[in-house]
Design a protein around this ligand. Sequence first.
Ligand SMILES: Cc1cc2nc3c(=O)[nH]c(=O)nc-3n(C[C@H](O)[C@H](O)[C@H](O)COP(=O)(O)OP(=O)(O)OC[C@H]3O[C@@H](n4cnc5c(N)ncnc54)[C@H](O)[C@@H]3O)c2cc1C
Length: 447
Amino acid sequence: MASTGKLIDAFAGEVVRRGDPEYDAARVVWNGMVDRYPALVVRPTNAADVAAAIRFARESELVVAVRSGGHSIAGHSTCDDGIVIDLSRMRGVRVDAAGRTARANGGALLAELDREAQAVGLVCPVGVVSHTGVAGLTLGGGMGRLQRSLGLTIDSLVAVELVTADGRLVRASEDENPDLFWGLRGAGPNFGIATSFEFRLQPFDGRLTFGTVVHPIERADELAALYRELVETGPDELWASFGLGLAEGRPVATVSVCHSGTVDDAERDLAPLRAFGPPVAGAIEVRPYLAVQQMHDEALAWGHRFYMKSAFLPALPDEVVRRGSEHVARVPDGTDGAISVWSWGRAIAAVAEDATAFTGREAVYWISAEVYWDDPALDDECRAWSREAMRDVEPHAMVGRYVNDVADATEGIARSVYGDAKHERLVALKRTWDPDNVFRLNQNIRP
Ligand SMILES: Cc1cc2nc3c(=O)[nH]c(=O)nc-3n(C[C@H](O)[C@H](O)[C@H](O)COP(=O)(O)OP(=O)(O)OC[C@H]3O[C@@H](n4cnc5c(N)ncnc54)[C@H](O)[C@@H]3O)c2cc1C
């Protein structure tokens, strides 16, 4: 490796090397299964630092990992022996209330975007755990509780500034480098290091009717039927998920709802769910959006081991619910595994499938089998549980996968994420913007 002196001359940020007291803390990422030892971790403070870090990595022939929130499920934001370009010193979000836009720096977290937008009665639809990075979430698509009314996060994206593999600061939007902007919305980590994002914001009073009801697993089929009806007949403001999981070690079926319309409308739209009968646990109540956005932060804190698989569905067949109920009864002991189904469509489907690299807009449901655990001895069993659960779903699934959920980096995975036609277009873009595949630690589009 070239001496880091060469980097430090042109670099205003921090450099953490092996042996430094903070090295162990600096190399950690969210998924506890990912335990890697980079040669160094650098923390740029601006786009010029990012360019200097890329230049240094290329001259030193170091593999490059890019990190914002560190939530990559596959562990793409760290590496062995290479350089981690960690944007945690480039946080911050600025909102233009009159123009209804937000500018998020490349290392910002969802919590900042939510807080700054809500401070002036606005919102950008983002994910459901507030310590997730804006960058990784957005560059892959961005699903969340407001998606049926406001779309994916990329549907609010106006422009991205990024430093490319050859060290240039480039802007991409509908008017500037529109092909690149297309690719950034779904396959973003392949093309450069995003240093800022501009989002369009929507007015939102921050009041949600929100909660989960838990019913015995024996009522899973009936609850799934009601869930389908809620999703299919409910308004765009109603997002709902159906779950098969464990409560105090016993299999249960759940429905979670998030209604962003008026309280009266929510009461009307959720009446069939209340009429389903008293739940064994859970409640639905009016809650502030910011509190809801943070309510899973602690349960999904850094350090647990995690694996998942997901798919898009055009319908939720009884067979999938029945097989799912059998799988939750077999979740490995000492772990927390669940099958979740999210309502999709509406504002997501209102954008044409070929308008962005993201693939899966025509789905009606997104489904996942997710598992958390702490004991490394359970790694194989947990991964096998999730894979087996999803094997039963695959015959019902559509083309496309949500790239941010893909935990395995197997050969040909990018084609299965984007489908053949989009994959070809992405390969051409990759050849233009990153022909040497400097940015390869992602669900990689090979140039
Ligand atoms: C607890 C948890 C909850 C989640 N909830 C949701 C959810 O509700 N909705 C949803 O859509 N997704 C969700 N996800 C998935 C999440 O969107 C992805 O893991 C996403 O990639 C995380 O982004 P990050 O910046 O935190 O991760 P990182 O690990 O920092 O990065 C993820 C990927 O993006 C690349 N990258 C990061 N920053 C940049 C940058 N500035 N420029 C270019 N490339 C960059 C990295 O190289 C890596 O390939 C969740 C994940 C976790 C772990």
